[in-house]
Each structure stands twice: as structure tokens, then as C-alpha cells.
Design a protein around this ligand. Structure first.
Ligand SMILES: Nc1ncnc2c1ncn2[C@@H]1O[C@H](COP(=O)(O)OP(=O)(O)OP(=O)(O)O)[C@@H](O)[C@H]1O
Length: 852
């Protein structure tokens, strides 16, 4: 290249042996360095050296896989291929390219290595190997005396003719490309400005050539020979392009692909990056970027930062790693919806209809959502509370969030927070990190393209914590209406106004949400559904949805209400409807097979049809294909298998020492059997079933209360203390699930009272309540879910603390009507309600009155 013409390479060069390809003078190449010797060279020459001279190294192509094609290699390089430590002297007389290391990038992944960006300067021949360790150093003889090329234009004879032919071929090649592509225009200009003698090297490195061909060009020290070697390669490329253009004529739609091939195939990489003219394309690009920055309508502060970055970008060489970082940053900035918002189309009446259509039941939740929307309609700049829907899985929290977005006519984006344990996930990484990117909030805004979407922060209770910070703390700023107008993502490093975003959070329990975060949200409990509600949801939403998903119609499949009830009670045990939906999906799949096979009604689907079918069978007629498949209990068993859950309550209450408690879990309410047994011993209490401390204390309280009241209830067993000479074992199935909380107190007392008295607890009664040492019953939480669980289990009587009476309002009337509620304020009342015929005390029990 003309600019290199004055370069005189040092007479001693460190050598880099590479397998990556062949570096030709005038081209730029990335070389990966991972062998010990080469790494040492990089460390002690390139990274420590300070002068320009220290960045010049000799690159010896060690070429391709010797196993495959060493035979075909030119003889000189076959020697080199075989080179190992023992045969280093074979390097002698080998030809390499002196190169200027323009960039060194180090990485430890997947193993320690450097990547060098090297520009070839000129050929050299090794004359003497001076040193082998720690890296190779050799005495070299510079071969391309670059100055000689300046007379190239006047060269005559065969060389002159060859160079002219080569130049013309090169011009022809470029002429076949699209001049509107900046890199092509640049190449065209280069052809005229470069000395003709450099063209074989420059073009051979650009066009599609194998390493072997490049080696042949490299080995051609004689200029005439070099032209002769490179010309056929150029001609081949021209022919290839001609073929490509023919194909393009045949298939005009493939224009884009051809262009892409030209860009990436004919001129692989950006090998002109070191030329002064390299600015052109960047100039265009940065101009486009600048226009976009100005059109992005960003706030003053952001605009200032962008313009500053743009200025830096213009000055940066494209090969700098920071170039890509800055560019990505600017592209991110222009894509953000700084002032682009969608128009709210809120009509409360329509919203009510839409919410009702999308979701059955959930009255309380829908009422609160409508209130919220109504206030928004009246005051659009509302800095409203953040709603947080809390409830068991599958009760429709996420889908209500989606409906809210729809009623508002806003974009919806769900951010799953489960398992997120790095605060950079929320706030982004600082741009100094490799691979830095914005957090999920900013990314979400980029995805939706407007600044007022509905963001659903799913599973906020499952945020984790780690050494990388606490993501919950990062969410505090996002969710605080007073602060989030200037939310600063670490990547952007300028504030973004989140005040228009409507945040809705969902969680299964509030227990694991950090208090500061919980405090910023308005919690709306979404309790589980009753069996009747589930049946309605199934028929209004789940079945039609599943039919559609499976390509079936109601004319092909019918699921009667009784079947749905059976699915709910015998195949699912859940507060929500997700597993119910799955079971309906399984039925649809089974029916889809039948329908696809060209359904013949093989079994009667209802008694009436059975009758009809019997008749048909008799007369040899199959059912008409348009007859729906109705899922009756037998079909249900065929498809879903035998029932998974049987009613086990009555079976398990056939012995004294068993009582049913009601527990609340993030999955909804559940019934829980408490079992006790006694054996000879020394009055010890054993507790099993993974109990927490509070629950263990409840058990001790219960024992103490029973011991102190043993005489009153005739539990003494002859001696004063019922536990004398007796050990008691108390177990809470299922043993693998951790349990805690005080609400099992009354159940433990009842269970032990049954054990000590030898009387059976009523099999249709369940209870919940905290106890005190004096025998009072204190209120507990989760009453609605617990009562629904008792109802699901077909229990008849529920004993709850008196002060929880008000919570019954939340329970649907038909459930209330099915159950007999006993409101207890003392343990005496609990025992009387739990045993058939009461649990009479021998002496009248002193009246304890709760003052709590
Ligand atoms: N009341 C309802 N009416 C109609 N469909 C419902 C209702 N409740 C739940 N669904 C349906 O149940 C499915 C599960 O709901 P969704 O994913 O919203 O549950 P979720 O409460 O967010 O659960 P998780 O806590 O596991 O995320 C959805 O297909 C939803 O449409």
C-alpha cells in the first residue's frame, strides 16, 4: 500500500505461527492466539512494548490441517507444517508476512487466549533462527521493497501487461457489484489509488480463496509470478459473480440475498478498516444515527448524552471494541419510546363487560380493578397505587392483568421475576462491563415501543437474593410513584420516566415479599375457587378455549356438568383451575384422535345414546359422524385413568387420636390430618412431619393444657397425670412438606383429647384456630381458603375462632349454606363441637372469657 511504502521492518522479528489463515501484505486479519509460545509473544512483546517497532511481528502461516492436505501444499509450507520444536530449523527460508498488531483482545473463555488484529505490511524470508524460547525470534530479510512499486505504473514488458490485465479484471469485478454499497465504492477508489503491484495481495485476500491459494500468492516473491498466480483467482471470482447475476435475473426477489452475498462473501470482513478513506461508510451510518437521535424526541438530558456519544463515535476507528458498544448504546437510546405513548381508550362500562366476559367470579378483585380504572378515567395523571394480586397458582392473576391492558387499550408486557437474583436484571449493567445490557424494565419498554404499557411483574414473591445484590431493592424505585419518573437504568445512565407505566404485580404469598416492597403495593387477595365456580369457569372459558386449541367444535365433543364435577373432585386438587384445564386438554386430545380417525361411536356416551347405539349395533348401522362424543363417567375413566383422589376422610377417622385440621398454603387451603399415638414411656412428646418452631410450641401448649385440665375432662387414666408412664407421638402428614404456624393448635388439642379419652372425633368436622395456655381460641388467617378446602373435601362442620366470624362474608353463600359453622372462643367449645354428643367436663369448667 502506498502508505506503507516507506516502512523498513526490523531485521529481527518475533514470530507468530498461526493456523488461522494466511495474512497477505495489505490485508487485515484476526488471529486467535492460544499456544504457550504465541501467548508469551503477545504478553512480552505486544502488551509490554511501547514503540511502534515492538508491534511489528512476523506471521508464519502454519496453514491448514496437515492430516488432510499437507500433500497438496506448496513444498515450502509442507516443511513448515511438519514443524515442531524438534524441527524448528525447517522454518528457515520460509516466507512469512511482517504484520502490525493493531489490536489485542484477551479472554479467558473457553480457555485463556488472545485475539490479534494484524495488518500485513510486507513479505520476509527467515535467514536465521535466533531463539526458540520463550517465543521464536528470527533474523529476517525483507522481501517486498515497497518503494520499488512506485515505478510500477511505468513497468513494461510482460509484467506491465500482466499488471494491466489484473487491474482491468479487478475493475470488471468491482463494476459487477452494487456501487451504492459504500464498501464497493471504496474499493473502486482504492483500485485507482493503490500501486498496481499491491493489487494481487490485496485482492487475493478479499476474494473467495482457499488458504492454499493464498499461500501460493504469498510464496510468489517474484512479482510476475504473483500476478500469474492471482489472476486466475480473480477471473474465477468474476465468473462466479456472473453466474450469481444470472440467477438473480431468474429470481428477481432474491436481490437482497445476492447483495448480502456480495457484501459478506466477496469481501469478507472489513479489511479496509485501516485506510484513511474508511470514514465514508461510518460517515453515512453515523449521519443516519444522528438523524434518529434528533428524531427520538428524548428529554434534554438524554439528548445531550447521545450527542456527546455520537461525537465520540465519529472519531473512533471502527475496529475499536468500544465502537460497537457506543453504537449499540445509541441504537438502544433511539429505540426507546421516550415520548411515544398509546392512546387510552377507557370506557368503564365496556371495561366491566370485558372483565366479566374474560373472567368468571373474582367479584372483589374485579370491583377493585374497576374502581381503579374509573379513577384513572377521571384523572389521567393518576399516580395510582401498584396493585398486587396475591393468591394460589392458576386463579387467573396473570390473565386479569392481561385483561386490564386490553380494557385500557394499552400494550401488555409480562416480566417474570421468579428466580431473579441479580439486581442488574432490573436495573441493567453499567456500560463498562463486557456484554452489558439494560435491565428488564427498559428492555420491556423497547419491546412494546410505547411509554405507557401495562407491565405485569409476575411472581414478585419469588425474587431471590445473591451476591449480585437484591433485585427487590431495585424494584423499590421502579414501583414508587413518587420516584419512578426518574428511574435510572445503569446501562442508559440517564433517567427514564416510568410514571406512565401501569405496574401490576402478582404473587402466591405476601410472606416472602420484602416489607418495603409490599408497603408500596395494594394487596388484593385472590382466593381459590369453589367447586361450583370451577364448573362455571370450565364451561364458560376452559372448555371452549381447549376445543379451539385442539381444532374441535362443540358438535364434536361435549363435556356434561357432572363430568366436569367429577374431573374437579376426582382428578384435581387445587385452588385454581390450571390442572382442570390440563385435564380438559387431555380429553380433547383423546377425542381429537377419534375425530381424526373418522369417528365411529364405539361406546355410548349417554344412557340415551347407549340405547340408541344398541339398536344401531343390532341393525348394523354406525352412528352418524356428526354425532358429538359426550364424555360420561366411563369415558372419563378410559381417558384419564382411575380417579387420582378419593375421599379418604371417613376411612382415616376410624381410630381415636386422629383429627382434621385446616391449613393454608401458597397453593390454597388444604385439609390436614393430625395423628397421635401413645405408648409406654416416660411422658415424652415426639413430633414428626417437618414442623416449624411455632407449630412445635403449639403442640407443647396443647399437651400442657390437656394435662392441666385432665381431671376436668376425665382423661387421667387412673393417675393424676395422663402422661404418666406414657410417651406420645404426634405426626402431621404429608411428612415431606414443611409446616408452620399457630393455627393447628385446636386440632392438636382435639386429636390428643381423642387419644387420651379413646373417643372418635366426628369424621365430618375440620377445625382451625390458635390456642393459649388458658384454653382460649385466637383468630387465624386464610379463613376463606381453609373453608373452601373443607367444602372441597365434603366435610360438614367447620370449627373456626369466634373472631374470624366476619371473614365468612367472603365465602360464597352456597358454600356457607352447605357447611355448619361453629364459632369457638374457648377450647371447651371446640371439643364439644368436635365429638359426637359433645365432650362433657366432669366438673363444670370455669368460664374463661377472652380479652384478646
Ligand atoms: N375466573 C376465571 N375465569 C376464566 N378463566 C380463568 C379464571 N381464572 C383462571 N382462569 C384461567 O386459568 C388459567 C391460569 O390462569 P393464570 O395463568 O392467570 O394464573 P395465575 O393466577 O397467574 O397463576 P400463577 O400464580 O401460577 O402465575 C388461564 O388460562 C386463565 O384464563
Amino acid at each position: 500500500m502506498s502508505s506503507n511504502s516507506g516502512i523498513q521492518i526490523p531485521s529481527r522479528l518475533p514470530l507468530l505461527c498461526t493456523h488461522d489463515g494466511v495474512l497477505l501484505p495489505g490485508s487485515t486479519m484476526r488471529i486467535s492466539v492460544d499456544t504457550a509460545r504465541n501467548m508469551q509473544l503477545v504478553k512480552s512483546r505486544l502488551l509490554k512494548g511501547t514503540s511502534l517497532k515492538s508491534t511489528i511481528i512476523g506471521v508464519i502461516p502454519n496453514t491448514r490441517d496437515p492430516e488432510h492436505d499437507s500433500d497438496e501444499l506448496p513444498s515450502l509450507h509442507r516443511w513448515v507444517c511438519a514443524a515442531s520444536l524438534l524441527y524448528l530449523h525447517f522454518f528457515l527460508l520460509s516466507i512469512g508476512t511482517a504484520g502490525l498488531a493493531v489490536q489485542v483482545v484477551g479472554s479467558n473463555w473457553p480457555k485463556p487466549h488472545y485475539t490479534l488484529l494484524i495488518t500485513g505490511l510486507c513479505r520476509f524470508r527467515m535467514t536465521k533462527l535466533l531463539r526458540e524460547k520463550p517465543f521464536l525470534v528470527a533474523e529476517v530479510e525483507q522481501l517486498d521493497k515497497l518503494e520499488q512499486y512506485t515505478e510500477g505504473d511505468q513497468a513494461d514488458g510482460e509484467l506491465g501487461e500482466l499488471s494491466q490485465r489484473f487491474y482491468q479484471a479487478a475493475v470488471q469485478l468491482v463494476g459487477m457489484l452494487d456501487m451504492s454499497v459504500p464498501v464497493v465504492a471504496k474499493l473502486r477508489r482504492l483500485l485507482d489509488s493503490l500501486p498496481k503491484e499491491t493489487l494481487p495481495d490485496v485482492l487475493a485476500s478479499m476474494i473467495r480463496t482457499s488458504n492454499k491459494e493464498k499461500l501460493q500468492v504469498l510464496d510468489a516473491v517474484d512479482l510476475e509470478e504473483r500476478f500469474k498466480k492471482a489472476l486466475p483467482l480473480l477471473t474465477r471470482q468474476i465468473e462466479g459473480l456472473k453466474l450469481l447475476q444470472k440467477t438473480r435475473k431468474l429470481r428477481p426477489d432474491d436481490d437482497k440475498r445476492v447483495l448480502a452475498i456480495r457484501k459478506g462473501g466477496v469481501f469478507p470482513g472489513r479489511q479496509f478498516s485501516l485506510d484513511e478513506e474508511g470514514e465514508d461508510e461510518d460517515g453515512d451510518d453515523t449521519a443516519v444515527l444522528e438523524k434518529k437521535v434528533k428524531a427520538a424526541a428524548m428529554p434534554e438530558a438524554a439528548l445531550r448524552v447521545c450527542l456527546k456519544e455520537l461525537k465520540r463515535l465519529k472519531k473512533m476507528p471502527e475496529s475499536m471494541p468500544e465502537y460497537a458498544l457506543t453504537r449499540n448504546y445509541l441504537e438502544m437510546m433511539v429505540e426507546l419510546p421516550w415520548s411515544k405513548s398509546s392512546k387510552d381508550c377507557l370506557d368503564i362500562r365496556a371495561a366491566r363487560v370485558l372483565l366479566d366476559n374474560d373472567h368468571y367470579a373474582m367479584e372483589k378483585l374485579k370491583r377493585r380493578v374497576l374502581e381503579y380504572l374509573a379513577v384513572r378515567q377521571l384523572k389521567s395523571t393518576l399516580k395510582g397505587p401498584i396493585l398486587c394480586f396475591v393468591g394460589p397458582p392458576g386463579v387467573g392473576k396473570t390473565s386479569v392483568g392481561r385483561s386490564i391492558a386490553r380494557t385500557l387499550g394499552r400494550e401488555f408486557h409480562r416480566i417474570a421475576l421468579g428466580g431473579v437474583c441479580d439486581q442488574s436484571d432490573i436495573r441493567g449493567h453499567r456500560r463498562t462491563y463486557v456484554g452489558s445490557m439494560p435491565g428488564r424494565i427498559i428492555n420491556g419498554l423497547k419491546t412494546v415501543g410505547v411509554n405507557n404499557p401495562v407491565f405485569l411483574l409476575d411472581e414478585v414473591d419469588k425474587l431471590g437474593k445473591s451476591l449480585q445484590g437484591d433485585p427487590a431493592a431495585a424494584l423499590l424505585e421502579v414501583l414508587d410513584p413518587e420516584q419512578n419518573h426518574s428511574f435510572t437504568d445503569h446501562y442508559l445512565n440517564v433517567p427514564f420516566d416510568l410514571s406512565q407505566v401501569l405496574f401490576i404485580a402478582t404473587a402466591n404469598t405476601t410472606a416472602t415479599i420484602p416489607p418495603a416492597l409490599l408497603d408500596r403495593m395494594e394487596v388484593l387477595q385472590v382466593p381459590g375457587y369453589t367447586q361450583e365456580e370451577k364448573v362455571e369457569i370450565a364451561h364458560r372459558h376452559l372448555i371452549p378455549h381447549q376445543l379451539e386449541q385442539h381444532g374441535l367444535t362443540p358438535q364434536q365433543l361435549q363435556i356434561p356438568q357432572d363430568t366436569t364435577k367429577d374431573i374437579i373432585s376426582k382428578y384435581t386438587r387445587e385452588a385454581g383451575v390450571r390442572s382442570l384445564e390440563r385435564k380438559i386438554g387431555a380429553i380433547c386430545r383423546a377425542v381429537a384422535v377419534k375425530v381424526a380417525e373418522g369417528h365411529k361411536v364405539s361406546r355410548a356416551e349417554s344412557p340415551a345414546e347407549q340405547h340408541a347405539e344398541n339398536k344401531e349395533e343390532g341393525s348394523g348401522i354406525t352412528a352418524p359422524p356428526e354425532m358429538p362424543i359426550v364424555i360420561d363417567p366411563i369415558a372419563l375413566k378410559d381417558i384419564l385413568g382411575p380417579p387420582v383422589f378419593e375421599m379418604e376422610v371417613s376411612e382415616r377417622l376410624t381410630l381415636p387420636g386422629v383429627a382434621i385440621g385446616l391449613a393454608w398454603t401458597p397453593m390454597g387451603g388444604e385439609i390436614m390430618f393430625v395423628e397421635a399415638s401413645r405408648m409406654e414411656g416416660e411422658g415424652q412428646l415426639t413430633l414428626t412431619g417437618q414442623l416449624g418452631d411455632v407449630m412445635k410450641e403449639s403442640a407443647h401448649l396443647a399437651i400442657s393444657w390437656l394435662r392441666s385440665n385432665a381431671k376436668t375432662y376425665l382423661l387421667t387414666n387412673g393417675s393424676a397425670d395422663p402422661l404418666e408412664g406414657t410417651d406420645i407421638h404426634l405426626h402431621f402428614p404429608a411428612g415431606a412438606v414443611t409446616k408452620d404456624g399457630p393455627s393447628a393448635g385446636v386440632t392438636i388439642v382435639t386429636c390428643l383429647a381423642s387419644l387420651l379419652s379413646g373417643r372418635l372425633v366426628r369424621s365430618d368436622v375440620a377445625m382451625t384456630g390458635e390456642i393459649t395456655l388458658r384454653g382460649l381460641v385466637l383468630p387465624v388467617g386464610g379463613i376463606k381458603d381453609k373453608v373452601l378446602a373443607a367444602h372441597r373435601a365434603s366435610l360438614k362442620r367447620v370449627i373456626i375462632p369466634k373472631r374470624n366470624e366476619k371473614d365468612l362474608e367472603e365465602i360464597p353463600p352456597h358454600v356457607r349454606a352447605d357447611l355448619d359453622f361453629v364459632f369457638a372462643s374457648t377450647l371447651d367449645e371446640v371439643l364439644n363441637a368436635a365429638f359426637d354428643g359433645g365432650f362433657p367436663a366432669a366438673v363444670s369448667h370455669p368460664q374463661v372469657v377472652s380479652k384478646l
